[in-house]
Design a protein around this ligand. Structure first.
Ligand SMILES: Nc1ncnc2c1ncn2[C@@H]1O[C@H](COP(=O)(O)OP(=O)(O)O)[C@@H](O)[C@H]1O
Ligand SMILES: [Mg+2]
Length: 476
């Protein structure tokens, strides 16, 4: 099983970390720039002192100044500095008075210009150079010379990096601590969700009891409540299904063992005419069994969940019911029952699934003929019910279904006590399911003439606007 990623946690952290790191980066850049500025400030001052020192060693010597820098003096200038130094002194006239040959000539510097710092390269190394015009020698009125001092930048760089690191490191630590705190906080905040997940994943597939709500955070409580409601519905469905399977098995058990007993008897029969009789009894039993199985299948096919497989189409209830009634006439005559049909002239259009509607009508006519004594009447009636319904009513002369039983006869396997003809108790349950699938309602009353029952199914009439495309057909 793939491990569930703590996405929320990662997302929160990403959202927090990305801006924090960007800020840190900007801050580090600013800190570096500042540190470099400061390092220059400190070390440039040192360069200026060296330049003054060098200028003081110039001998004005009657118009031809000379630089008199002893090796010891040069050493002392360099003392305490880790960077390499280069010097160069030239007179106002441009004559080089002394210094390192490697030093490149100075930039043009006017007599009034102040000291100038710039960066350059000497012997391949980046250097910081000071060029300044200073009095050559001790006297205040001594002629001016142009002094250049260059220095590698190792110390400056080290100072700048040091300063930047000391500014940025604590911030890095701060970010790390923030991330740790947020990680910890979010994990703690999400812990109830993890516990909820475990509670659900540890469940057995048979456990449909509601999930405990005590520990559930308010944000997901509605979700859990919905899940609980769904589980309650599932539990009801499961319960219903398992009871149905048990009932169905029970219903099948009796006829099957009857069939077996009959077969055993027939096997022992030796006289051909009695064997013939046994076989015809067997045929009747098998026929009843097959009817029961058909009813069970029909029940399963019309379950409330079967809405997707419903194939509604416009259909004239009047013609449909008349056709079916005609099919029942031979059977009614056989039982000496007067089967009649009453309808109007106009077609009554409804939306229905023909196969299922046939099941519904057949079950109702079957009951009416089955439970009416010979000599009785059964009437199928179709009529509009203003404003937007039409009805299919089946009346019989059979024994009245008591008021207290009117709802129960629609339950699966329920049969009235003392009902003679054999049956399964599934017919009206099927009728009720099919009516529900069609959005129709059923009513059961005693018959208007006071004898028998009337089952009435009310269908919604198909809207007239939707009827129009079919009009040319009915005209033709
Ligand atoms: N038209 C009717 N007249 C009298 N009783 C009826 C009628 N229709 C149904 N019943 C009663 O309702 C019960 C359930 O009917 P049904 O669900 O069709 O099952 P079945 O016909 O297989 O017994 C019947 O057993 C019978 O007792
Ligand atoms: Mg029946």
């Amino acid at each position: 099983m793939p491990r569930a990623e703590p996405r929320l946690q990662r997302k929160l952290l990403a959202w927090l970390l990305a801006p924090l790191l960007l800020l840190l980066l900007l801050d580090a850049a600013a800190a570096y720039w500042n540190a470099v500025r400061y390092a220059h400030l400190v070390h440039d001052r040192g360069l200026q002192e060296i330049a003054r020192e060098i200028a003081a060693h110039v001998q004005p010597d009657a118009g031809a100044p000379r630089l008199q820098l002893s090796e010891a003096a040069a050493q002392s200038l360099r003392s305490g500095r880790q960077d390499r130094l280069w010097l160069r002194v030239q007179s106002d006239a441009g004559a080089v008075l002394g210094g390192d040959a490697a030093m490149p000539p100075p930039p043009p510097l006017g007599p009034q210009d102040g000291p100038r710092f710039y960066e350059s390269r000497i012997e391949g190394e980046p250097v910081r150079v000071l060029a300044a015009r200073l009095p050559g020698g001790a006297g205040a009125d001594a002629p001016r010379v142009l002094v250049q001092v260059a220095e590698t930048m190792h110390q400056r760089d080290a100072l700048a990096w040091d300063m930047m690191a000391s500014a940025v490191l604590p911030q890095l630590l701060l970010v790390a601590i923030t991330v740790a705190i947020v990680w910890f906080g979010v994990s703690r905040g999400l812990a109830p969700l993890q516990r909820l997940r475990r509670a659900v994943s540890d469940r057995s597939h048979l456990d449909l009891s509601p999930i405990a709500l005590d520990d559930v955070p308010g944000e997901v409580r509605p979700l859990v409540e919905e899940v609980n409601a769904l589980m309650a519905r599932l539990a009801r469905t499961f319960d219903f299904q398992s009871r149905f399977v048990a009932d169905a098995a029970h219903q099948l058990k009796t006829p099957v063992s009857g069939l077996k007993a009959q077969i055993e008897l027939a096997l022992r029969e030796t006289q051909p005419e009695r064997l013939q009789h046994s076989l015809s009894q067997l045929y009747l039993s098998a026929d009843r069994l097959s009817r029961l199985v058909r009813q069970l299948l029909s029940l399963a096919r019309n379950e409330p969940g079967a809405l997707q497989s419903l194939q509604l189409q416009p259909l004239d209830l009047q013609a449909f019911a008349l056709d079916l009634s005609m099919e029942w006439v031979p059977h009614a005559i056989q039982r000496n029952i007067d089967l009649g049909f009453e309808g109007g002239e106009q077609p009554l259009m409804i939306d229905a699934d023909p196969d299922r509607l046939r099941d519904l009508v057949n079950n109702l006519i079957d009951n009416a003929i089955r439970y009416t004594d010979p000599g009785g009447r059964v009437t199928v009636r179709v009529a509009p019910v203003p404003p937007d319904e039409c009805q299919l009513a089946i009346s019989d002369d059979g024994p009245r279904i008591p008021v207290a039983e009117r709802a129960r006869v629609f339950e699966r396997f329920h049969r009235l006590l003392g009902t003679p003809a054999d049956g399964s108790g599934l017919g009206l349950a099927i009728v009720s399911e099919i009516a529900t699938l069609h959005g129709a309602r059923i009513q059961l009353e005693e018959d208007a003439d006071g004898v028998g029952n009337t089952f009435t199914v009310f269908f919604r009439t198909r809207p007239v606007a939707a009827l129009r495309p079919a009009a040319p057909l009915s005209a033709g």
